[in-house]
Design a protein around this ligand. Structure first.
Ligand code: ARG
Length: 393
């Protein structure tokens, strides 16, 4: 047995390669999650009497072994097997014979792929949360070192009013915490089991969905099977939306740091080990790392749009189109995790040049303060504004 649905006719190899697409590679990341969901499903089959207790033990032990192999990069998905679900079932049958053929009772690859993807996303959301927390910690360490150093705040890329390194770092820390709250919410939405919804219309068997959910590691059951199918791509795009918000903050933080570290401005110095050089201009110390963080925001946004548009217009129920949601999901997760991690390193390593900051606090930065000094003496605001403004005519 190669494909789960294989009948008499062999599939054309070109069609096979096209329909499998990137799954043999992308699905490698889903293998441990499919194993966890399959083990939950097997335990449920044991409870309803489809499998004996011994059979459940054998299946879960083999699923554990497969997950272990996958984590070590030693589990392959041959192209003719299409995806991880097929490769895992084939491996169970190869190792356990007839028993392997029982695991697919009461399920379809459509609920199986959703279960694996949701468990994967829940873990990945944790990875993003840790990377964002590390960045927040980096901002707090910068504040701890140099928070009191005053710098001009800018509007329209022109000096506006006094700010400080602490106000700057604190602003981004708050923004990241807000993004993290949205991420946590989305993670909670994903924590609902699709197991037992089959191809999208339930299964003609008395499955115990609550037990399968609990054993697979979900906190709740998503009841309506059509709603479960409607979530494919949509949950992913919501998660990637949260990533895009993190990346928008990262993008603007990168722009700030590029500006702050410009030799003409010089509020901060990027450690030399973080800079790249030029092949022709020997003097250059470039902030490529920050430029790439800035650019990856757009890459993540493109993934979000891809996710949103892939599902639009499809009638409800599963379609193979949905397979194409995996790549943008994984790309966006990797881009966000890498960007947040590298930015944490930059923020932690950046050095503040107190003298350059002080020098930049030229008198016009205090114009509004002078206006308010007059207001406090009882001068009406508009009059005080005019008096101070004369100097700048
Ligand atoms: N690789 C498929 C996907 O990602 C798995 C589900 C296949 N189901 C099907 N009915 N063809 O969507």
């Amino acid at each position: 047995m190669v494909k789960l649905w294989q009948k008499k006719t062999r599939t054309d190899p070109d069609i096979e390669a096209f329909t499998a697409g990137d799954d043999p590679v992308l699905d490698l990341r889903l293998v441990p999650y499919d194993c966890a969901a399959s083990a939950g499903h097997a335990k449920m089959l044991g409870r309803i009497g489809v499998l004996t207790a011994d059979e459940v033990r054998l299946l879960t032990a083999e699923l554990d072994a497969i997950a272990g192999l996958a984590k070590e990069g030693r589990f392959g998905i041959p192209r003719e097997m299409e995806d991880c679900h097929t490769a895992i079932e084939n491996r169970l049958t190869e190792k356990l014979g007839e028993l392997g053929k029982k695991i697919h009772t009461g399920r379809s690859r459509n609920d199986q792929v959703l279960a694996a993807l949701r468990l994967f996303c829940i873990d990945e959301a944790g990875r993003i949360r840790s990377a964002a927390d590390a960045l927040t910690a980096g901002l707090k360490s910068l504040s701890g070192r140099s928070g009191a150093v005053r710098i001009p705040g800018y509007t329209h890329t022109r000096k506006a009013m006094p700010s400080s390194i602490g106000m700057w770092a604190g602003g981004y820390a708050v923004a990241l915490e807000e993004d993290a709250r949205l991420l946590d919410f989305i993670r909670g939405r994903m924590d609902q089991s699709p197991l037992g919804t089959g191809a999208g219309y339930g299964v003609p068997l008395e499955v115990d969905r609550a037990l399968a959910a609990k054993e697979a590691g979900f906190s709740a059951v998503q009841e309506n099977p059509i709603a479960v199918q409607l979530s494919r791509g949509k949950f992913e795009s919501t998660l990637v939306h949260a990533l895009a918000l993190f990346m928008l903050d990262a993008n603007r933080m990168a722009s700030d740091l590029i500006f702050f570290s410009m030799p003409e401005v010089g509020f901060v110095r990027l450690p030399e080990a973080f800079c790249t050089g030029s092949s022709i201009m020997p003097q250059k110390k470039n902030p490529d790392v920050l430029e790439l963080v800035r650019a990856k925001y757009h890459a993540v946004l493109a993934c979000q749009i891809q996710l949103q548009t892939t599902t639009a217009g499809l009638i409800s129920g599963y379609h193979r189109d949905l397979q194409l949601t995996k790549k943008p999901l994984m790309e966006a997760l990797d881009a966000a995790a890498a960007s947040l991690a590298v930015l944490a390193k930059v923020v932690t390593g950046v050095e503040v040049d107190g003298a350059a900051c002080a020098k930049a606090l030229t008198e016009e930065v205090f114009a509004a303060e002078r206006v308010y000094a007059l207001v406090k003496q009882g001068v009406p605001f508009r009059e005080a504004y005019r008096r101070v403004g004369k100097q700048y005519e």
